[in-house]
Design a protein around this ligand. Structure first.
Ligand SMILES: C[S@@+](CC[C@H](N)C(=O)[O-])C[C@H]1O[C@@H](n2cnc3c(N)ncnc32)[C@H](O)[C@@H]1O
Length: 256
């Protein structure tokens, strides 16, 4: 279950890649713009502002996220990306920080790209931080004897969910597609106590939270907090550097 309020902590840091992603989409008057995995809808609103004449299709598999988006005035609907396909009116597809939750997404790209019409744009961004200390510490703790039976499978499931930039370029490149793929590591400056723990609580720890009762969850978080403080020490001014790698891929089907 997603907690939209928790996810919206650090909204500035989470939003920046979205703006950098959509800045590479050069569509002038798209008819339909799709937000695949719209989350709480705060960024979907940016799509509506950029293309006010387009029909916006916002979808997400989480009813909690869809409700939050609807409360912001976004006409969002509950739908899993596996059940979505482009239609002939689809001119722009944006999927920001979603496909890392969809382990078979390379095969979905192989279905979606040929189905997009000439001139359409597909833009995605995924975190590329599964080898970062934050995620290594989660996996190391979850596979310790104390937690292994409850958590090892869950923690290891997502370890290779994201591919390399070259894999995305290859998946999106067809004879009639121009592909633009890049990666960035943001050196994020977080503040407050245990900020990395708070960050991952809104995202990577969700499946772990769902698998534990309240008492075990408190214990797991306490143990993880100590590890993350070592991995990401607070600076003398109280802030913490949290490097975060992200991978971007934009494909434009050339008009023919
Ligand atoms: C990290 S949030 C990103 C939300 C939004 N795109 C943003 O940039 O703020 C990930 C979202 O992906 C959604 N999601 C995960 N798996 C999905 C799936 N199979 N189909 C549709 N949405 C999915 C989650 O429900 C969640 O809202």
């Amino acid at each position: 279950m997603w907690d939209p309020k928790k996810y919206l902590d650090f909204a500035d840091h989470r939003a920046r890649p979205f703006f950098e992603l959509i800045s590479r989409i050069d569509a002038e008057k798209p008819r339909r713009v799709v937000d695949l995995g719209c989350g709480p809808g705060n960024l979907t609103g940016v799509l509506a502002e950029r293309w006010p004449d387009a029909q916006l299709d916002a979808l997400d598999s989480s009813p909690e996220m869809v409700q939050e988006a609807q409360e912001r005035g976004i006409n969002a609907r509950v739908l899993d990306v596996h059940d979505w396909a482009p239609d002939p009116e689809t001119d722009v597809v944006v999927s920001n920080a979603v496909l890392q939750w969809v382990p078979d997404h390379l095969s979905l790209l192989a279905e979606w790209l040929p189905a997009l019409r000439s001139g359409a744009w597909f833009a995605m961004q995924v975190p590329g931080n599964f080898d970062a200390p934050s995620h290594r510490e989660i996996r190391a703790l979850a596979t310790e004897a104390r937690w292994q039976a409850q958590l090892a499978e869950i923690a290891l499931r997502s370890a290779d969910a994201v591919s390399t930039p070259a894999d995305y370029a290859t998946a999106l490149a067809t004879d009639d597609t121009i592909v633009d793929v890049w990666e960035t590591t943001y050196l994020q400056r977080l503040s407050g106590p245990d900020p990395v723990l708070e960050w991952v609580t809104g995202t990577a720890l969700r499946p772990i939270r769902a698998a534990l009762d309240d008492e075990d969850w408190r214990e797991f978080r306490t143990e993880l907090a100590a590890r993350l403080r070592m991995a990401y020490p607070a600076r003398s001014d109280g802030t913490t550097w949290f490097p975060f790698r992200r991978i971007f891929a934009v494909a434009h089907k050339s008009s023919s």
